[in-house]
Write a protein that binds this ligand. Structure first.
Ligand code: MLT
Length: 411
């Protein structure tokens, strides 16, 4: 008889965003006249940059002639895109990253989950709390945890709280951990990490032979030139870090799908016999076997991100969402709500008013303002009592949502 992966049964609730969508649909069906404004999932709303669209149209035309037609591409991505990424995102910042270390993929979400394929079952794993739920859920699915407790914490994981009490700065684990997930600018809190703080993590990883999974999907939102965009800006990180990047939040590719993962060639981890094995080789093997690459058309669109026109168009997209974030921060503060983040990130993290639980505030906001956000507790136990508002929406919708919240919640 066929059996299942029982680890899935440990995941009591549905994945956070579909669960929110389910509740919103129920509300919408019962209240067909409500004009619901969605500031929940971090999904972009503004049109794709023209430079990317033009490049993709040209790529479609390439497919129309035998001379330029493309079938299967390299599983790791086309060299012309990998070279652009290495030069513009890393070498231009003084980071030593070679094009051959870039693996183009269809999403940072997929990569942060799939990376577990190349790691053993007995690693001690640390995540911040709150945290992007994919890191936790994929470890549960892979059988790296025990059961969940009533607070939503999985046995076996090391949770590092990042809350207003510690100024959203993750402190180093007191015990030794093998794999560490860091995301900066942070989803969901919008917090950032300085070079000095990140250096402490790199040193910790070097001393403990740990590997850091550094999710930099929101690096384009950094406005302070002192803050690191890549972990490879820190000396020694090539020996202890894998970095995840995405075109979703800078170029608006959430629906197009393109991202990449950097695996430095000198990065190793132990095999069962105690020998050191290069992770690059394992990830290359994994991708060549389980993945057929991102479409030629999409990769041409991603390449255009690095053209002069593309860079200018992306800058104005980011500026637009950051202006939304400023507006949200200001309006919520005026309504007497404590807000964090939203300066180097498209997410505003707030303390729920009147001590409401995260889900109670979600329901209240939906029912009284017809505005959707994301309950902080959906990102982990330490997110209870917090709430996330996304700056991804039209100016008109953001202004309208803030007006409604201001009217209902002003103290
Ligand atoms: C979020 O809302 O946290 C993001 O949309 C998640 C993602 O990028 O997958």
């Amino acid at each position: 008889m066929a059996t299942i992966n029982d680890n899935y049964l440990k995941l009591k609730a549905g994945y956070l965003f579909p669960e929110i969508a389910r509740r919103v649909n129920t509300f919408a069906q019962a209240n067909p006249d409500a004009r619901i404004i969605k500031l929940g999932i971090g999904d972009v709303t503004e049109p794709l940059p023209e430079a990317c669209r033009t490049a993709m149209i040209k790529a479609v035309e390439d497919m129309g002639s035998r001379a330029t037609f493309k079938g299967y591409g390299p599983e790791q991505g086309y060299a012309w895109l990998r070279e652009k990424i290495a030069a513009e995102d890393f070498q231009a910042r003084g980071c030593e990253v070679d094009a051959s270390e870039i693996f183009v993929s269809d999403g940072a979400k997929c990569d942060t989950g799939n990376i577990l394929d190349i790691f053993g079952k007995n690693n001690k794993i640390a995540v911040t709390d709150p945290v992007y739920p994919v890191y936790v859920d994929t470890n549960v699915m892979a059988g790296h945890t025990g059961e969940v407790n009533e607070k939503g914490e999985f046995q076996g994981l090391v949770y590092i709280p990042i809350t207003a009490e510690n100024d959203f700065q993750a402190s180093l684990p007191s015990a030794k951990v093998d794999l560490i997930y860091l995301c900066f600018p942070n989803n969901p809190t919008g917090a950032v990490i300085s070079k000095d703080e990140l250096k402490k993590w790199v040193e910790y990883a070097q001393e403990n032979n740990s590997i850091i999974f550094f999710d930099a999907a929101y690096e384009a939102y950094i406005t302070n030139p002192e803050l690191p965009h890549s972990i490879y800006e820190i000396e020694g990180a090539r020996n202890c870090a894998i970095e995840f990047r995405s075109f979703s939040k800078n170029a608006g590719f959430t629906g197009i799908r393109c991202a990449f993962t950097v695996v430095p060639k000198e990065l190793t981890a132990k095999a069962a016999d105690g020998s050191d094995v290069e992770l690059w080789k394992l990830w290359n093997r994994r991708q060549s076997t389980k993945f057929n690459g991102v479409s030629y058309i999409v990769q041409r669109g991603a390449e255009a991100v690095y053209s002069e026109a593309g860079k200018a168009q992306i800058k104005s997209l980011i500026d637009f969402y950051l202006e939304n974030a400023t507006l949200i921060r200001e309006q919520l503060s005026q309504a007497g709500i404590d807000v964090y983040g939203g300066v180097h990130a498209p997410y505003i993290w707030l303390k729920t008013p009147a001590g409401l639980s995260s889900w109670d505030f979600f329901d209240k906001l939906l029912q009284t303002c017809h505005v959707v956000g994301t309950p902080g507790s959906g990102f982990g136990a330490a997110g209870e009592g917090y709430f996330r508002i996304s700056a991804f929406n039209s100016r008109e919708n953001v202004e309208e949502a803030m007006k409604r919240i201001g009217e209902k919640f002003k103290v």
